[in-house]
Write a new protein. Structure first.
Lengths: 221, 222
């Protein structure tokens, strides 16, 4: 990249391990959009810091700054990027195929991920017991993955909804990656998603977005 | 709603449950767009979404589901974005990109940060594993967090409605959430002045009122 004197136009407030941040990083990479990485440590509660709240009063991560526009919510950010920077589209032209992408993205975004976020898991650990966390997570991921297998069965090609990478893939990749790495999910019941995961591992846009490749990934053992 | 015309096979069909917040959103969107549809009730309390009959229509077993000709969709957000593109009259999104983005954010705060944590399976789990008295404090905490975020998000954008003087996507998602909470849990809205005001405003919107749970064909009469 040239022009190191020029501040980068886009800034992304992100946490390496955040599934939602991971989505936006993939989208930015797929669209070839350069951005400045601003780390917010969710484990340390940095999203509540006065510094971050000045940027984003809602305190949500990821957050994208584009000039004087600040946006949170991974879906909103991706839809905004899709319109503002139409090159390398993340949605197909066909309306039915677009709808499949919206559905897949939302199964992840509304049915799975919210039930495995830090706060929810902490609550279950404290109120039900540490042994309750994993069964809870695996149950909800399992339900969501079962739905995704059915949804995508007749539409998948090399990727989730055909032979091009689209919105569905942007949302699926972090979810599948996290389910395997963090929650030890057995992917045997989910052959399509397992195959997609393998395909994602080959793509630079995904690899570059992985938690372990982010500036805030802890390097010390 | 007009009569059921057997000669127009492409009439929209909506699989819905009167009490479902997600179904409520789609009903509002259809009403706002002036789209006629056939109401197909699926009773979530009786687990009818798992019935063989419904699974044949929608293998995922999710409600709401929309049938438009031979296209079947579930997920309220996906359905509404589909409707927005297929039937562009009475748009649910503003032209201005920044305003559009505010609508997407507000819709998702409801759709991903609040509603999933208050769904039946989650509430049942908490009731059974933590205790019935834990349910109310859970609701207040989760809804409180989401509503606090919404108050901040919409503060500089709200007009008569959530993002200006027209009803848009944000309102379609907000209305069922604020209405549902006060009805189901007697939720205290005093900390949320903007959302309280919007809630009042929604009482005068026909498209929202016609979509209310108590106006649906499957609302229990007694």
């Amino acid at each position: 990249m040239s022009g190191q004197e020029e501040p980068k136009k886009l800034q992304l407030y992100s946490y390496h391990r955040s599934s939602c941040s991971f989505r936006v990083r993939i989208a930015l990479n797929l669209k070839g959009l350069d951005y400045e990485y601003k780390a917010v440590n969710l484990l340390k509660g940095e999203q509540h810091s006065p510094e971050f709240l000045k940027v984003n009063p809602i305190g949500y991560v990821p957050a994208l700054v584009d000039g004087d526009i600040v946006l949170a919510d991974s879906f909103a950010i991706v839809m905004y990027l899709e319109e503002k920077y139409p090159e390398h589209p993340l949605l197909p032209r066909d309306l039915e195929k677009r709808a499949i992408n919206y559905q897949a993205a939302n199964i992840v975004s509304a049915s799975i991920q919210p039930l495995q976020n830090l706060d929810v898991l902490k609550y279950i650990e404290e109120k039900v017991g540490p042994d309750a966390k994993l069964p809870w997570v695996q149950k909800h991921i399992g339900k969501g993955f079962t739905a995704l297998e059915r949804l995508l069965k007749d539409h998948a090609g090399k990727y989730a909804t055909g032979d091009d990478v689209f919105l569905a893939d942007v949302f699926l990749a972090p979810q599948i990656h996290g389910s395997i790495k963090r929650f030890n999910l057995d992917m045997t019941p989910f052959p399509l998603l397992g195959r997609l995961n393998e395909a994602y591992m080959q793509l630079p846009a995904f690899k570059d977005a992985m938690p372990e490749n982010q500036p805030d990934f802890p390097t010390a053992p | 709603m007009t009569t059921n015309d057997e000669d127009s096979p492409n009439k929209l069909q909506l699989y819905s449950f009167f009490m479902s917040s997600c179904s409520f959103r789609v009903r509002i969107a259809l009403n706002l767009k002036g789209l006629d549809y056939e109401y197909k009730p699926i009773n979530l309390f009786k687990n009818e979404q798992q019935s063989l009959e419904f699974l044949k229509v929608n293998p995922m077993g999710h409600v709401p589901a929309l049938m438009d000709g031979d296209i079947l969709l579930s997920d309220s957000y996906a359905i509404i974005l589909y409707l927005e593109e297929k039937y562009p009259k009475h748009p649910l999104l503003p032209q201005d990109l920044a305003k559009k983005a505010i609508n997407y954010q507000a819709a998702n705060i409801v759709c991903s940060s609040i509603q999933p944590l208050l769904s039946l399976p989650v509430m049942n789990y908490i009731g059974e594993n933590v205790g019935p008295e834990a349910k109310l404090s859970w609701v207040q905490k989760q809804a409180g967090k989401g509503f606090t975020a919404l108050e901040k998000l919409l503060k500089d954008h709200a007009g008569k409605y959530a993002t200006g003087d027209e009803i848009y996507l944000a309102d379609v998602f907000l209305a069922p959430q604020v209405i549902g909470l006060s009805q189901r849990f007697n939720f205290d809205m005093s900390e949320f002045p903007l959302l309280s005001r919007l809630s009042e405003e929604y009482k005068y919107v026909k498209a929202i009122q016609d979509a209310m749970p108590e106006k649906q064909p499957d609302f229990p009469i007694n």
